[in-house]
Write a protein that binds this ligand. Structure first.
Ligand code: FES
Length: 107
């Protein structure tokens, strides 16, 4: 896949001015643009994986990007199980990687 950056002046969509935002991902500041999803901000900062699978601890990030697969779950501002591809980032959001839930006592 080839990515290309269209300069705003020649973009036929004519985007308005960008509003920069900053979120925190696992304690590190990450910059993005207002309107991006959390996944978009993280992918833009080259953060490709932010959780691990329950059984084998394999890295996961965004897979479908449309809210179907739940591979992108993160904890945001203390709330678990947020789909990063569906949640718009807000300046000051605190995102923490989410591993497997704690073991249940009744197993
Ligand atoms: S990437 Fe599939 S639900 Fe978010």
């Amino acid at each position: 896949m080839v990515t290309r950056l269209v300069p705003p002046a020649s973009d036929p969509v004519e985007p308005g001015a960008f509003t920069p935002i900053t979120i925190t991902v696992n304690g590190e500041s990450v910059s993005g643009v207002l309107g991006q999803t959390l996944a978009g901000v993280m992918l833009g900062a080259n953060v490709l994986a932010w959780r691990t699978t329950r059984r084998q601890g394999r890295p996961r990030g965004a897979f479908c990007g449309i809210g179907v697969c739940f591979d992108c779950l993160v904890e945001v501002n203390g709330q678990r199980d947020v789909r990063a591809c569906q949640r718009r980032a807000a300046s000051g959001d605190v995102v923490v990687s989410q591993g497997a839930p704690p073991p249940r006592e009744d197993r």
